[in-house]
Design a protein around this ligand. Sequence first.
Ligand SMILES: NC(=O)c1ccc[n+]([C@@H]2O[C@H](COP(=O)([O-])OP(=O)(O)OC[C@H]3O[C@@H](n4cnc5c(N)ncnc54)[C@H](OP(=O)(O)O)[C@@H]3O)[C@@H](O)[C@H]2O)c1
Length: 347
Amino acid sequence: MKKTKYNIAVFGATGLVGREMIEILGSRNFPVGSLYLFASEESAGELLEFKGSEYRVEQINEDSFKNKKIDIVLSSPGASASLKYSPLAAKEGAVVIDNTSYFRMDEDVPLVIPEVNPDDIKHYGKKNIIANPNCSTIQMLVPLKPIHDKYKIKRIVVSTYQSTSGAGKKAMDELFYQSANIINAKSDIFPEKFPVQIAFNCIPQIDIFSEDGYTKEESKMIKETHKIMHDKSIGVSPTAVRVPVFFCHGESINIETEKSFDIKDIKSLLSESRGVKVVDNILSDNPDERYPYPVMVNGFDDVYVGRIRRDLSIDNGLNLWVVADNVRKGAALNAVQIAEILISKYF
Ligand SMILES: NC(=O)c1ccc[n+]([C@@H]2O[C@H](COP(=O)([O-])OP(=O)(O)OC[C@H]3O[C@@H](n4cnc5c(N)ncnc54)[C@H](OP(=O)(O)O)[C@@H]3O)[C@@H](O)[C@H]2O)c1
């Protein structure tokens, strides 16, 4: 008989993504039975609220998933912790939906954006792990999938404008303290999470460089696009930039399609697509109707698209400006949406 409630563990519960997952489980009325919250020694004992009750955060250990009959683990503790603990949870029978980069390219682990490739979830049983893509890949592919289905995308050139929350709570603190120090004429900058000063600056480096000159963040966007779209023929040319914004990533996306398109059809296709909101009235007196921007999109679920226009320099070229809440659709919401599909179709 189908269960009516599911035991859930949130691993990395005290982080930006973990906290958002707990909020989203509540606001979407996910049928939670028992809820377990895990983090490192640093925040063990902390109390977090879920639907009006307080839950104590436990320090993760090798026995944390034993004898609890956990159905789903929403995991976002960083790649090395996930590598250690996700397989232990999977061995105990839980399905792990993992936000870290560790399992994304594993052939036996589906990499899923519910609006793009929900059917891949059916392969979850190979390792009992499903991977959540990188936040920049998610917000790029949600609007590009319907365009690819109709007009076949040959090439994507993308520049990202990524907020500091994409690197976790300590990275946001770094932007805050550097900004405050500079405004107060103090010279203390001390970059730790970022390679150089992030306040009042833009940094064309996210993660480390590989020999080919691309950063790992950029390589993820290429490889994850091919895996999720099941199409290695799509050319992807990314430049990932960190900007001094707290929440929401922006992306300037240029694509070339195989088939010719009518720009009006692109606009209506995007307007009708699940998970996409078009804000593209550049002549409006109201600036909030002209185009989306990070402060507007913070806390919302959809991927917002504006500045939709032809690339006049080539045939079949299109430019888009795309903004999404990286902690929400780029991580926590995407994971909860996968969990919703799991319980409705596969459990
Ligand atoms: N932020 C985003 O927009 C975003 C988007 C997509 C994917 N992700 C991925 O999601 C993961 C978490 O990101 P975040 O932004 O939430 O980071 P965060 O704010 O730094 O939180 C990290 C969480 O993991 C826990 N943790 C860290 N190391 C641990 C360990 N060794 N053992 C147990 N728990 C550990 C931390 O616990 P303590 O509080 O005890 O330290 C905290 O709960 C990362 O892999 C990140 O790449 C993030």
